[in-house]
Design a protein around this ligand. Sequence first.
Ligand code: PLP
Length: 378
Amino acid sequence: MTDRKNTPSLDTLFAQANGAIDPQTGGVVPPLQSATTFVRDEDYNPLSPNHVYARDDNDLTRLGEEMLAQAEHAEDGLLLPSGMAAIATVMRTVPNGGRIIMQSGIYWGATKWTRDFCARRDIDLIEVDCSDLKALQEAAKPAQILWIETPSNPYLKTVDIAACSTLARELGATLVVDSTAASPVISQPLDHGADIVMHSATKGINGHSDVLAGFLACKDAQSTLWQSLKTDRHDAGAVMGSFEAWLLIRGMRTLPLRMERMCTNALVIAKHLEQHPQVETVLYPGLDSNPGHEIASRQMTGGFGSLLSFRVKGSRENALKVVGKMGLFKRATSLGGVESLVEHRHTIEDTVPDNLLRLSIGIENIADLIADLNQSLT
Ligand SMILES: Cc1ncc(COP(=O)(O)O)c(C=O)c1O
């Protein structure tokens, strides 16, 4: 039998922030460390080991990295000031004249930045729908990076991580998975063969829409790639501020609990919308009818995430009318917060169908959310 005393579950580790306390006072919350530099003694040794300069030495950043690396079953983790900073740090490892294979139809900011970056650096960029394995295999060529996002934003497509891992080995590529929409609670891409997992920690990990943060974790901390990511973060200075790290840890203490509630709410809403007469189609990997459901069930445990999209019957005007009537769902971009949000994605990304609405489901009472959807769909 497992000795549960020695193997606390993720819920317990997160609730207790890995047991971190204020060592000076015994306070049950780790203190906010604001110093950017640390004193040395007469012999020029640091007064406290591992405390020289804040770019490397922030205890809160280290604690957040440890907690998230544990959740991802990773050897090491790195916090960065935003999800985009994490993406750029990985992409910058590709040499001029190299090649990146990137899933199409993913978070628009990642696509846009990578396109511009590849054009500047003479890097060949192959964009392909990686949820279609055959299409991916046909388009694939030797590359430095195979970049996938699962579930994808805003189409909620599921990509088979294990199959992509096999292909990446053949291509000599590093497989990177943007797992933002899943969170580290319900999916651990490294267990399915990914080399690097990436998150916009701005989203579910923080969960309170008040911190920008990014996270990277790896399977092999000794790999050349991981070492160069660490060097890049240090040398290029893409580090989080101390207050942001403190807020992030505070948010993360309830991450497993929030995800449980958000996933339950999202599934109920997806099923409800699926049978609503004003809805054309619902995109959510938790639905039996979703083409990615079987793979998602293998890759995700305890839920299918809090993000879903649906297409309203009719045109752009019909969709905007629905959004305009919403009361509890706030009309705002982003996802993963405790409050439910709705976004008409086409308004800022014109390749997205104009009757598609993206919902980020929060922790509110499910009956209230359903009532708001029902009154706005009439
Ligand atoms: C899937 C995904 N990846 C990355 C990002 C970028 O993260 P950030 O806004 O923290 O830079 C986002 C932001 O919406 C996202 O949805």
